[in-house]
Every structure is written in C-alpha cells, then in structure tokens.
Write a protein of this length. Structure first.
Length: 311
C-alpha cells in the first residue's frame, strides 16, 4: 500500500478565465472545486491507476470536512489527524494560457498536535510499502519535520519519495537518513548546491547531479516542462522526452508525475519504467480540466510515446 502524506491540504479553486486584469472586474467562465494539496493530487492519480493507496495528513474546520467528503465521494481511503483550526483555501487563476496562484498559509499546528499526528503516522506505516511526502508544511511544524517522517518510514522498510522545497527540502537532503527520491527543479538544485544558477540543460544537470550532496539519494528527478525530464538513478543518468500535447490545466501535473513514479517504484519497476510512467501521468493530468486527474484509458497510448535515453 502507498501512503500519501499531505501536511497542509487545501480546498483548491480553479477559475477558468478568458483574460485577467489587475484592478478590474474579471469574469470567471468555469469553476472547479477539489480537495487539494499536492499529496491529495498524488492520491487521486494513484487510485485512478488502480493502485492501493491511503491518504493521511492534518485537516480541520469546514474546509477539512469538504476535503474528507470529496475523498469519500471518490471512494478514496483516508485517515487524517483532525484539528479545530480551519484548513486552507487555494485559488488558481487560469487565463491567457497562464496560471496565477493565490495560496493561503493554512493553520498553525501546535506541538501536542504534531506529536499526536506522529502516532497516527506510525500506525499507518505498519501496512505501507511506499510513502510520498508532498508540499509545504503547515505553520508551527519545524523544517525538520519531513526528516522525522522519513526516518520513521525507512526504519520499517518503506521507500520514501519527497516532493517539497525550501528549508524542508534542504533539511531532508542534509539529514543522516535521506529519502529514496527528491523532485527538485533547477532553481532548487542551485539553492541546495549554493550556486547562482543551474541551466535547464542535460549537460548542466548531469554535472550538478554528480555533486556529492546527491550521492546518497538514489533518485533525483528534475522536470523540464514540455521538454520532459532529466533524472539520476544511483550512478546512472537519463534524459526523458515526451510528445507534444494540448495542455488544458497544468496544475497538479508535478503531483501526477510523482504518482506515476511511486506506482512503479512500489512495483519494483526498472528505471525506464519508473520514468515513463511518471511522465505519462504528468502529461495526462495536464490534459484534464480538474486538478490531480488522469484518464486511465489513455495511459498505455502515451506511455509508449515517452522516450528514455541513458546519458
């Protein structure tokens, strides 16, 4: 079973607009409201792939009830730690082929709530084989919190895939026990290495991912948008190219990518299979209106069009 962790879930509102102008009245042509947060996007895609998955994290208030109700409608298994504070709301404005996001910070988690969630997490690890940790941490949680979750999961033999940024990513990369996978972009790689800039090119990325900092992390996957991805697996490097698609809503595509990767890692897939499935689910999400959604009937068609070349 794959356990997905979303420490700061949200109610996601996607507003489709013909155009967007500051200091003007802007009309919305379509609204899509979903249970959001990066980990819940991962959860939905895993379920649509037919993978056994369970969602956990912290929810609260009316938005928390909405999140649970939405997951229940989709017959998604979950076990959250519940608080009285209100979960957050996130808004994506889709306009002129662009995406503008407005994100609330979310609730502040108290020390006792943190400890009680860890007890829930430990119980859930007993039936998990792979764990995904996605997104930002709620206020009140230390930047080392993901490192705690990684340590607990790996102690019972779970593979841990981490998709976060900032200090949480930095702490996890420098911790004694590291995740199996991280999914930084080129800016985050530069921040981790303390360099001014990392070019989004195969030559540059291969050079940077050979730095000692990444040597003990088996998987490092770097998205290159419409160009595909570049990845390190142990001491091997791969360039991944994808076909051209008609993008409808790119929100959540990185999460869908992680879902595909997690599914294949959990099934002990080859590096090529892991990368092909990750790119496939990422593309399929971008072709849907709703966030964290794929059409399972299209998986095989696009999977066959993804090319993985060892560099």
């Amino acid at each position: 079973m794959i356990l997905t962790v979303t420490m700061n879930p949200s109610v996601d509102m996607a507003y489709q607009m013909d155009t967007f102008q500051l200091d003007e009245v802007n009309r919305v042509t379509q609204v899509v409201k979903t249970a959001g947060g990066k980990g819940l996007n991962v959860t939905r895609v895993l379920q649509q792939l037919g993978v056994e998955v369970k969602a956990t994290g912290i929810v609260g208030g009316h938005f928390g009830e909405f999140i649970k109700a939405e997951l229940a409608k989709q017959t998604i298994d979950y076990q959250f730690y519940e608080i009285n504070q209100e979960s957050r709301n996130s808004i994506a404005l889709l306009h002129d082929g662009l995406q503008t996001e407005i994100l609330e910070a979310g609730p502040t988690i108290l020390k006792n709530q943190q400890m009680e969630f860890l007890e829930v997490y430990k119980q859930l690890l007993k039936t998990a084989t792979t764990v995904t940790l996605s997104g930002s941490l709620s206020k009140g949680l230390p930047s080392t919190f993901y490192s705690q979750l990684i340590l607990l999961a790996q102690a019972v033999g779970c593979a841990v895939l981490l998709d976060t940024s900032g200090n949480s990513l930095k702490e996890a990369v420098h911790a004694k026990v590291k995740p199996m996978l991280i999914k930084p972009n080129e800016t985050e790689i530069a921040e981790l290495l303390g360099v001014a800039k990392v070019e989004k090119s195969v030559v540059s990325l291969k050079k940077q991912l050979q730095e000692p900092l990444f040597s003990e992390i088996p998987w490092v996957v770097v998205s290159m948008g419409a160009s595909g991805a570049f990845a390190k697996f142990q001491d091997r490097f791969f360039e991944v190219t994808i076909p051209k698609i008609d993008v409808v809503n790119p929100v959540g595509s990185g999460d869908a990518t992680l879902a595909g990767i997690a599914a294949m890692i959990d099934q002990a897939g080859t590096p090529e299979e892991v990368l092909k499935m990750g790119m496939t689910t990422g593309m399929l999400n971008a072709m849907e209106t709703s966030t964290g959604q794929i059409n399972p009937n299209l998986v095989q068609r696009y999977y066959e069009q993804v090319q993985v070349i060892e560099k």
